[in-house]
Design a protein around this ligand. Structure first.
Ligand code: OKP
Ligand code: ZN
Length: 318
């Protein structure tokens, strides 16, 4: 499998976030991607590719210019300390640092490089994006996300055919949902923790199903805290059935490993071997598939979770 990776993500290195009034160590750390890369390198059969450069016009398809410019200028002005701006931001978890803009652009390029390979006929590509993207709105950073990698990649692929996005991060991908809320050529499906109790709180409810032309092309599957494998698998199968009916040209998966039983900020009960089951279920569709990394915060266990997930996409020899 082709893996898209750049060490440039490490330049974005937030130390703190503010959670319910307390200053706590930041969960979205460079080690997350480094651990996954290390585990992949220990396996045979993967090819690590650096992302190429893309013009900012691809970012501008999803994000407002004023926001893109703001993030660029803020990043450039900063020296050492992180800043929580008072504008263009949804929460207290998403600081801007000197290299945040650069790292966020490289993360988009990691997604777009994967998208071009899938468009050219690659069956499955894994883009090791960091920072993550699915909470980023057209004019706002939030939830550790700055630019919406999955939305930008899906928008790119939609030039060539219909796209389904399956978001299996523990958190609802509010930014991705909103990017395509009125469109019928991009289906957005998300399995996530009940937003009544978990981030992003304000969206991801079952009643949100799209608007205008997009009516029926968004579907949310909120799940209670403590959800285990049996219920998760049954819900995943419902989502996959809808993707099959939609019959897209491409599949983009927002991959979060924060559904893991020992994730420090999650709340589901999936074990590492179960990620192979998830991978296999998705792979049954046999669609040109772009895997985009989102969350997953148990740094120690991310390697084995990722390998388990990728094993689901390995074709059995017959
Ligand atoms: C980003 B992604 C815990 C606060 C957590 C922010 C969650 C962002 C998740 N200290 N709140 O979807 O994995
Ligand atoms: Zn998440």
């Amino acid at each position: 499998m082709k893996i898209i990776y750049t060490k440039d993500h490490m330049l974005h290195n937030p130390e703190w976030e503010f959670f319910e009034g307390a200053k706590v160590p930041h969960a979205e750390v460079p080690g997350r991607i480094e651990v996954i890369l290390k585990a992949i390198k220990m396996q045979k059969g993967s090819e690590i590719i650096s992302p190429r450069n893309f013009p900012l016009k691809f970012v501008a398809k999803i994000h407002k210019k004023a926001y893109v410019d703001f993030l660029k200028q803020k990043s450039a002005l900063l020296k050492k300390n992180a800043l929580y701006p008072s504008n263009f931001i949804t929460d207290t978890y998403t600081p801007v640092l000197k290299h945040t803009f650069f790292a966020a652009v490289r993360s988009v390029e990691t997604a777009l490089t994967g998208a071009t390979l899938v468009q050219k006929g690659e069956r499955v590509v894994y883009s090791l994006c960091r920072p993550p993207g699915h909470h980023a709105e057209q004019y706002m950073m939030g939830g550790y996300c700055y630019f919406n990698n999955a939305a930008i990649a899906a928008e790119y692929l939609s030039q060539f055919g219909r796209v389904a996005i399956l978001d299996i991060d523990f958190h609802h991908g509010n930014g991705t949902q909103h990017a395509f809320y009125t469109r019928d050529d991009i289906l957005y499906l998300s399995l996530h923790a009940d937003p009544k109790v978990k981030y992003p709180y304000s969206s991801g409810f079952i009643e949100e199903t799209g608007e205008g032309n997009g009516k029926g092309y968004t579907k949310n599957f909120p799940l209670p805290l403590g959800t285990g494998e049996k219920k998760y698998l049954a819900t995943l199968r419902q989502a996959l059935k809808l993707i099959k009916e939609f019959n897209p040209e491409f599949l983009v998966v927002s991959v979060g490993f924060d559904t893991y039983i020992n994730d420090p900020i999650g709340g589901f009960r999936l074990t590492s071997p179960f990620y192979e089951v998830i991978g296999k279920e998705i792979n049954v569709l046999q669609l040109p598939t772009l895997l985009i990394q989102e969350g997953g915060y148990n740094v120690q266990d991310l390697g084995k979770i990722a390998i388990s997930f990728l094993n689901g996409f390995v074709e059995e020899k017959r």
